[in-house]
Ligand binder design. Structure first.
Ligand SMILES: *Cc1c(COP(=O)(O)O)cnc(C)c1O
Length: 426
């Protein structure tokens, strides 16, 4: 079939699909009787709090044990959100006033605001063709005042963690992996989130597995686990958790001022069932992703895909296409929408630092604490700061891949995108 000659739906032709693609909420769409029954058990037991109740079900603890076993890490802590996980992780590794933390130019707002709310200042590092942190650009933003790096595998593609860890270890800098968007993403057979000092997960509605809200941290360090545990629970380390984790700690010498980021048993109950479904979600999603990518590569030889350090490790939730220009990207999105194939840019095509609060370096605290710290090398925000991100983001267009796509859906997506791409001269 010569797709180039077909007329586009945007010009009145027949759309590739008769209805829009399913919304991209993999975990939420796979919710079923299992989650209902798990939540009902918690309610029937009158025990929705993780640490005590008349008939405690231990759902959060079960989730933590499942995650630890599957990810191959000794310590996991359930928390209330991915943002809470970042706050807890930053406190765990000792970040505070007077510290700088590297944040990639391409990430969700929360990665950077968690740094500011942890009393540190973000410095932004550019990305490579994978749209993730570029290890080669990392050195140029590091100085003595940078105490941590947050690596973020954006929508399913792993970060080049081996290279990032090598640089961080050489300079004695800690690493957090914010895998909020990419639960289960791997680099060369190892789960992302387990390369750095602490990994952070989100179970918000928009993520791969979900309880609506929720999060977790993972670490191999008993010291980081203890600080995380304490910060998430008003600074205390409950004896039951000490015993479960084989750690002994004394309140007099070790208690710190903390917050309440405790995961509820209701969230835990949903997440245990969601975690069990990871395979059922990711295996078909990856398969669909590969079929669509292969179909497009065959039909549109000029089409450029988002880069990746390991195609095998991708979670497959979102396929990234690199358009020749911002203008073609805009035309592509309009034309594919008319075909009933929704495509979009990430974050309005703008680096994270263009969010007004970050761009103007405004904290909401008196004297603009913590931005007011007299750094030896001042932190600034400026146009052109991360040129690769500024160039790539506005012309990177994404297609959501759902685990519930049918063979027909896949064919229609390939057909519709091919038709549009060829018509635009790609
Ligand atoms: C969603 C997200 C978060 C925040 O997670 P919440 O659970 O919504 O607080 C943090 N980082 C990244 C990269 C995210 O995508």
């Amino acid at each position: 079939m010569s797709t180039a000659t077909e007329s586009l739906a945007i010009h009145g032709g027949k759309p590739a699909r008769s209805k829009p693609l399913p919304p991209n909420y993999p975990g939420a769409l796979m919710m079923g009787e299992e989650e209902i029954e798990a939540v009902a058990r918690v309610i029937r037991a009158h025990s929705p709090f993780r640490f005590y109740g008349p008939d405690l079900q231990g759902s959060v603890l079960t989730l933590e044990k499942m995650m630890a076993a599957d990810l191959g890490v000794p310590y996991v802590l359930g928390v209330t959100s991915g943002t809470a996980a970042l706050m807890v992780a930053l406190k765990a590794i000792g970040i505070g006033y007077g510290d700088k933390v590297v944040v990639p130019a391409v990430t969700f707002l929360a990665t950077a605001t968690a740094v500011v709310c942890s009393n540190a200042v973000p410095v932004y590092a550019d990305v490579d063709a994978s749209l993730n942190l570029d290890p080669e650009k990392l050195e140029s933003v590091l100085d003595d005042e940078v105490k941590a790096i947050i690596a973020v595998p954006i929508v399913g593609v792993p970060c080049d963690m081996d290279a990032i860890m090598a640089i961080a270890r050489k300079r004695g800098i800690k690493v957090i992996e914010d895998v909020a968007q990419s639960c289960g993403v791997m680099l060369r057979g190892k789960f992302c989130g387990t390369f750095g000092d602490v990994g952070t997960f989100s179970f918000q509605m928009n993520k791969i597995l979900t309880a609506g809200e929720g999060g977790a941290i993972v670490t191999s360090s008993p010291a980081f686990y203890e600080r995380a545990e304490r910060f998430h629970d008003q600074g205390q380390f409950r004896v039951a958790l000490q015993e479960q984790n084989g750690i002994t700690s004394d309140e007099e010498t070790s208690a710190i001022a903390g917050q309440n980021y405790r995961m509820s048993e209701i969230t835990g109950a949903v997440m245990v069932e969601q975690w069990k479904k990871w395979d059922r979600i990711v295996v078909p999603m990856r398969e669909r992703y590969r079929q669509i990518k292969a179909g497009l590569a065959a039909g549109v030889p000029g089409l450029a895909f988002r880069g990746t350090p390991d195609p095998q490790g991708d979670v497959g939730c979102t396929l990234g296409l690199l358009m020749p220009s911002q203008e073609i990207a805009a035309d592509f999105m309009k034309a594919t929408a008319a075909e009933n194939i929704g495509t979009y840019t990430l974050y309005g095509g703008r680096p994270v630092y263009r969010n007004p609060a970050l761009w103007h370096m405004r904290s909401g605290e008196r004297n603009n604490f913590p931005y007011n710290y007299p750094f030896k090398t001042p932190v600034t925000c400026a146009e052109g700061m991360c040129p690769r991100a500024e160039d790539l983001l506005p012309r990177s267009v994404f297609v959501s891949v759902s685990p519930i796509l049918t063979d027909q859906d896949v064919e229609e997506v390939i057909y519709g995108i091919t038709k549009v791409a060829l018509a635009l001269g790609i």
